[in-house]
Design a protein around this ligand. Structure first.
Ligand SMILES: Nc1ncnc2c1ncn2[C@@H]1O[C@H](COP(=O)(O)OP(=O)(O)O)[C@@H](O)[C@H]1O
Ligand SMILES: [Mg+2]
Length: 574
């Protein structure tokens, strides 16, 4: 109802059109009576002309009314489902990332598309069919009784007998069509996953397996569909038989009244017309009733999505004092478990101080919790214990927008959008000029390879940037962060996919960047680590040691081991 509210006027016009069409349709029964009794029975061409003109006028009125009703109601259906889609998406993009770990993105997508589409057909057609049918149904019922009382009574008893099997079969059809819908959805999901991982599938030569697994899905969908169409065909056949059987009964009884003179042929004609309207009205309502129930289900699921609240509370209003300066960052005794693994602490009593304007290298074995530090800093999750402060303000007390505007993250797996290079670099700063984009790309040593792409900065990168190498993707992500000119720069193994030579070039650019801001850099390369002001060693969600390279080599066994085995390439002088 809330979504319909802005379109009150259209709703009113649609209702008027609905009433008008119903009236015109009902008058048609009288038109039939006039046509038979006066037009055919009157014996003169003038009478016939009059009757035909009447029918034509009513037909014209029905056409205009139907046009308006169909247009307005379908318009409402499309508009409202579009609005719902927008509102749901608006809510989804604000949800905390943890939500998407427990709710499959495929299901959310299907709610956004299938459920809204369902709602659109319901609002745009089924609902109006139900309304129109109940209007004409009640009208026709009244007209039927007015036309002939005795016959009407017979019909009123007969209709339920006809409808009973239709209702029973109809319910079964509906159930099967629901199953059918969801099995089609799973066919789509399956194919989607295979296409996304096509290189893995082909490299392990699993095509025959995937084909046969997919064919099982398809066959399952088909066998459900076959049951559905069989039941439906049966339903249609039964309905047609019932319809003509009851018509024959009606015509037999009514025909004898016509023969005995108790009723005119026109009256019988009008009566049959109204009886058909009543029958088809009831059948339509019975059919769309199920659809309305499905729509209620869809609406409920959409409202669920619409009302899901982000677990990250954004009501804090404490602003950083000086917006220009880089803030000091500190983790104070932070303990955090990911919501999907509540028993496992990714960070345990974790304390860390990152001085303003300085750079800190985080090192440690894989799974130590390094990336988790960034996730918490960006408030994708809130820790269960302890606090994270920027210049002594708890980041929970800060508006999310201000917090995140301080930082730029270059993630381990750079995320690119299906668009061109320029769009991807300017993603964090849509207002950037071409010159700024070029400068950022040059600083990230991406300019050279970008200009060699078929259309330079306008080259399309394909879905998720599939047309680039890992190292190229990283440099685009780096350029994006550079262009954003953040006060806190977060680099998560941002140069791991680069070859040694371009890594060295990027490294130089990073030196420059790091001078002007607070930087936290998760690194595997000794050359990167050596350039940091401070090194912190992490293991099992804790800081186990910190200091300079030389100090740590002496004092920290883990660091010495990592330095020897894991840090690729070599220090200066090698
Ligand atoms: N989204 C997640 N849900 C549950 N557990 C996670 C998630 N992300 C990371 N973890 C777990 O948290 C631990 C730390 O991960 P991470 O911070 O990514 O380590 P790394 O030091 O390699 O960057 C790992 O044991 C990992 O399995
Ligand atoms: Mg990591």
């Amino acid at each position: 109802m809330g979504f319909l509210k802005p379109y009150k006027l259209r709703l009113l016009l649609a209702s008027i059109a609905l009433l008008f069409t119903a009236a015109a349709t009902l008058s048609m029964g009288k038109g039939v009576q006039v046509l038979i009794d006066q037009g055919f029975g009157g014996g003169s061409v003038d009478d016939l002309r009059y009757a035909i003109t009447l029918i034509l006028t009513l037909g014209g009125a029905m056409a205009i009314g139907t046009f308006l009703r169909f247009y307005l109601v379908s318009w409402l259906g499309e508009r409202v489902s579009g609005d719902i889609r927008l509102a749901v998406f608006d809510n989804i993009v604000r949800l905390n990332p943890g939500y998407f770990e427990t709710n499959r993105s495929g299901e959310i997508m299907s709610r956004l598309t299938t459920d809204t589409t369902l709602l659109q057909t319901i609002i745009g057609s089924s609902l109006s069919m139900a309304l129109r049918s109940s209007l004409t149904l009640s009208g026709a019922l009244v007209m039927m009784f007015i036309t002939n009382l005795k016959l009407s009574l017979i019909i009123t008893v007969g209709i339920p007998l006809v409808l009973l099997p239709i209702l029973v079969f109809g319910r079964r059809v509906r159930k099967l069509s629901n199953q059918s819908q969801s099995s089609i959805a799973s066919v789509g999901t399956y194919a989607g996953e295979i296409i996304q991982n096509i290189k893995v599938v082909q490299s392990y030569t699993r095509e025959p397996y995937e084909s046969s697994a997919f064919s099982r899905e398809v066959e399952r969908a088909f066998s459900i569909a076959r049951k559905r169409i069989f039941t439906r065909s049966l339903l249609i056949g039964a309905a047609i038989f019932m319809l003509f059987a009851s018509m024959s009964g009606m015509l037999w009884s009514g025909g004898r009244s016509v023969l005995s003179g108790a009723m005119t042929g026109g009256e019988l004609g009008a009566f049959v017309f109204y009886a058909l309207m009543v029958g088809s009205g009831v059948a339509t309502i019975a059919e769309v009733w199920g659809e309305l129930q499905r729509a209620a289900g869809a609406a409920e699921r959409l409202l669920d999505l619409l009302n899901t609240k982000s677990l990250i509370d954004d009501s804090g209003r404490s602003k950083l004092a000086n917006d220009r300066k880089q803030p000091d960052v500190a983790f104070n005794d932070v303990t955090f478990s990911y919501p999907t693994r509540p028993e496992f602490a990714a960070l345990k009593n974790f304390s860390l101080h990152i001085e303003r304007g300085k750079s800190l290298a985080l090192v440690g074995p894989s799974g130590a919790g390094k990336s988790t530090v960034f996730e918490l800093l960006l408030r994708f999750y809130d820790p269960q214990q302890g606090e994270i402060v920027l210049d002594d303000i708890n980041i929970r007390e800060m508006p999310l927008k201000q917090l995140r505007e301080q930082m730029a993250l270059v993630p381990q797996q750079p995320a690119l959008f299906t668009a061109d290079v320029k769009y991807n670099i300017a993603y964090g700063k849509a207002t950037a000029s071409e010159q700024e984009v070029f400068a950022a790309a040059k600083a990230a040593h991406a300019h050279e390879f970008i200009t060699q792409l078929p259309s330079g900065y306008a080259s399309h990168l394909g879905e998720q940037g599939v047309r680039l190498s890992g190292g190229q993707r990283q440099r685009i992500a780096l350029a994006r962060a550079i262009l954003n000119d953040p006060r806190i720069l977060l680099l998560d193994e941002a140069t791991s996919a680069l070859d040694t030579q371009s890594e060295q070039l990027v490294q130089e650019a990073l030196q420059e960047l790091m001078h002007k801001r607070t930087t936290v850099i998760i690194a595997h390369r000794l050359s990167t680590i050596l350039h940091a002001d401070k090194i912190a060693v992490m293991d099992h969600g804790q800081i186990v040691a910190s200091g300079t390279h030389e100090q740590l080599l002496q004092s920290c066994e883990l660091y010495a081991r990592l330095a020897k085995l894991q840090f690729r390439d070599s220090g200066p002088g090698d």
